[in-house]
Design a protein around this ligand. Sequence first.
Ligand SMILES: Cc1ncc(COP(=O)(O)O)c(C=O)c1O
Length: 383
Amino acid sequence: MKLFDVYPLNDITIVKAKGSYVWDNNGEQYLDLYGGHAVISIGHTHPHWVKRIEEQLEKIAFYSNSVRIPLQQQLSDKLGKISGKEDYQLFLCNSGAEANENALKLASFHNGRSKVVAFSKSFHGRTSLAVAVTDNKNYVAPVNESDHVIFLPFNDEDALEECFEKRGKQISSVIIEGIQGVGGIHVAEDSFLRKIRSLCDKYGAVYIADSVQCGYGRTGKFFSHDFAGVNADIYTLAKGMGNGFPVAGIIIAPHIKPKHFMLGTTFGGNHLACAAALAVLEIIEEEKLMGNAVMVGKYLKDQLEEIQELKNIRGRGLMIGFDVPEELKDLKKNLLWNQKIFTGESKPNVIRILPSLALKKRDAEQFIDSIKEEIGVLTTEKV
Ligand SMILES: Cc1ncc(COP(=O)(O)O)c(C=O)c1O
């Protein structure tokens, strides 16, 4: 059987990983500033994470949500404490799309409405409603098209206000990434998030903070939405939550009440996933990784701003993006093949930096030296 060919692949086979480094089957070492797409939060194969999963595996890996799983409550307590949302409630699932799917559905159960406001360049996942609120026609099959979704321009307070004035009582929820990831690292303005909060309060809509990519401490705060000084009603989580172990969740404000069977999943919240997620939070806390994200992120941004060929350096903490001019379009490829550095991208011309929150300053320095060298080569070739 062939693999279903949906991913454009780099011809590299990674066989080993440690911290911010990965190695291929020829023993070549790469610096990982992509984090497997913002997934690696505490660093690859962190010994505490490995030990926690191994020990759990020896006891029990899985049993269904029909019995008590105390690890879920331990995870919930720890998550509440670190995120500062101790009065919220946790529902566990398996992926970012599933988290958003559940958030949108729960909002609709809660207020009995069906319209959802989403924004230009948003990405919320590949499943039915998650992809319907994603602003990319290539991902939306005819069966996913929904007239429940209202797309508005990102960061446009007037458009949002006007939409609520016209249809406020039909709007179930507003879903927004604190920093758009796939769309190209676009930061939601604090005043825009505050406007969402006040309009949701006024009209009884649910504010859903998609924190799948920008959450889990990546920006230096647990949720990037925290910069605006507002609380969302539901936060969705995935990627960094398991450091590569598939685990996701939504955290839900206390005024949204649960009912048996309104949400559910077979695998979500299994013993092994909880052990992995607990290990991640323990390391984030113990190694002060949110502080590290602020420090190394600032260093990277400051240094990138000094490189005049790169434009619009943006982002927060260790979620950074910049525009690459047409004449340097091979930069990402050359960083990978010549310098052995993985970076992320956003078509057509954005490089995204999404490393482990434990990235060391010396690794950031290596990246800056490498990028300068490759820009030098590319600009000399053009002369
Ligand atoms: C902001 C955001 N939401 C949702 C998703 C979907 O997550 P998953 O691929 O785990 O379904 C992603 C994935 O890139 C994302 O960046």
